[in-house]
Design a protein around this ligand. Sequence first.
Ligand code: HSE
Length: 409
Amino acid sequence: MTYDKKLIIGLFGFGVVGEGIYRVLKQTPTLQAEIKRICIKHPDKKRNAPAELFTTDADELLNDPEINVVVELIDDAEAAWHIVSTSLGSGKAVVSANKKMIAAHIAELLKLQDDNKTSFLYEAAVCGSIPVIRNLEEYYDNDMLNSVTGIINGSTNYILTRMNEDGMAYGDALKLAQELGFAESDPTLDVQGIDAANKLTIILNHAYGIISAPDDILCKGITQLHPADSVYAREKGYSIKLVARARRVSHTDVAAYVLPTFVGPRSQLFNVRFEFNGVIIGTRLADEQFIYGKGAGRYPTSSAVLSDIAALRYGYKYEYKKLHTGVDYQVSDDHVLRVYVSCENMADIDRLDFVSIDETFISQTRKYITGSISFNKLRNASWLNNPANSVIVFEDPGVAGNPEMEELI
Ligand code: HSE
């Protein structure tokens, strides 16, 4: 193994993270990684780097044989796909943070890496600075995973924290998340849970070898939450978090969803606040482990990009070990969730959709039902997408008492 490979980088994008990695690389000369050229979309913007580095012509980078690493940090997923697929196709190694593009093209990206025997690394695409993918690939490659549960979108966590702890209005909190560089340029991706669903799609691949599409994942964001939901949460001692969850529900089936969730104080996720992310990995042998860190922002995201660039010096590649375990996991709707549904009109909610109802509450301002519902019914419920209704999941019990542990004993 050699560490003396010189990396000549073509950088796409000079936004929050692009400029961050430019600055970081300048301060890390020992890495032997040099940015040769930077491709940008808007040449008239003032840039904090020498003008001669910049071009608007992607081909100058893509066709430059001296550039052996492409770092793709733009937010246009279609343009990113062109850049990444062309670069991999010509044998360049690629580092990307584009979760939307990666989630949409997992199967093709696997083939491109195989065909061209080159590395494609994207730690920054999932949970910013937290090394989730590298851990799933390298550390949890033998121990069977029962679940991966996390707060994996920094913007929504920032907004919920500001609203619940500082009483800030939703619009103001969102604006702040945008100003701080946490939010996507189209923030509906954050607040509707789509960004988290893209990241969960990538996690499903590295945790279970599942090649799925973001559309396979039921995702609701935070836009339908009602102030009365926070009152309910406070009364019961919960915090409302946008949680992404993948959980093994049988030997081959995995439940996968992104939903607002009541998190209790005993959960590690309870104290994950602001733009921080946290991921609980439930495994057969190790039981529960928790990784925590900043999930968005210039330097936290740059740290993951830097780590990927550094790994290219010794030719690191994801091996996608979970694709070769011999178990064909698939996303399944065949499981039951315990939920809270609040609404303006009780008549909107079809009570027959529920397996069982625990509680019904009616006041002049807000009504709610708590109970158990099959995931399939919830996904197809006509009332789910009505903006007047909100759905919040009660945390499910996690790995405690899982049958596999008993089998082992
Ligand atoms: N908009 C994303 C977030 C950025 O808020 O988590 C990091 O992926």
